[in-house]
Design a binder for this molecule. Sequence first.
Ligand code: ADP
Ligand code: MG
Length: 291
Amino acid sequence: SISPATLSAISTSARHGMLVKSGQHLENLEKVQAIAFDKTGTLTVGRPEVTNIFIKSGENITTIIERIVQIEKGSSHPLAEAMIRFSKNYLDPSKVEATKDMTEVIGKGVIATFHGERWAIGNEKLFDHTVDNWYENEATALKETAKTLVYVCKNNDVVAIIALKDEIRQDTLEAIKTFHSLGIETVMLTGDNERTAEAIAHEVGLTRYVASCMPEDKVTALKSLQMTFDTVMMVGDGINDAPALATANIGVAMGAGTDVALETADIVLIKNKLAKLVDLFNLSKQMNKII
Ligand code: ADP
Ligand code: MG
């Protein structure tokens, strides 16, 4: 059965843009000792923009941009959308036909073949690193400014690197501070690389982070938190967050998240505001006092 105080708290939450799927979750909120946050779309807005592009000498930028559009048109990843918006500086992407033989590699990027050339666009996991590469200095500098790097490879040779910046949500810093003041442990889980993860974690005030996460790595991180803390919350938005949302004692999805994240979560923040999650903690406290 559900207490009147709980029922009232659920309806109050709904009016304020927080969808709580069961009263039990609201009651348990007060017990949360640790929160794991996804990065892209959760701590950040999730709408990256291209800020830099570096082309290997001897390569043609327009050809590279055209390949990117041909391949990324088939992807709905925010990085793909950002690169297609950026392509407008060089060509009309609506006139470029998407390639049919494109493959998405989860947590890594996309690959396709053109006239016997293998093109790959994604992160470091997608290609073999060479020691003496032309882009290393630029890549390192970009990562340190919290930018995400995308590598464009032709036959396993990096022909371009692209940097993208995703803004941190306006209320992220304040929310993290509040959780810390409540004595809650926080950690960021991200598919992004180590250095970018470190830079973002530093910007938002998180001391702990796990980088280069595949979806199952997020689950592992959750389980390891649960060894130390009784009640662990996970906040995310992506398909890749769904398994971790299910593993957490309380799963929270951003309203703009993917369907599977919204379905898996116990709580949905309709307006994508972490500040609302802080409100919910306070509401839970008041409610538990009444009960
Ligand atoms: P996240 O939401 O943390 O970025 P994802 O699992 O969606 O996690 O992706 C992990 C990484 O895989 C991305 O950060 C990116 O480096 C790479 N990636 C995935 N899809 C694409 C794509 N369409 N184009 C380029 N890179 C991609
Ligand atoms: Mg995300």
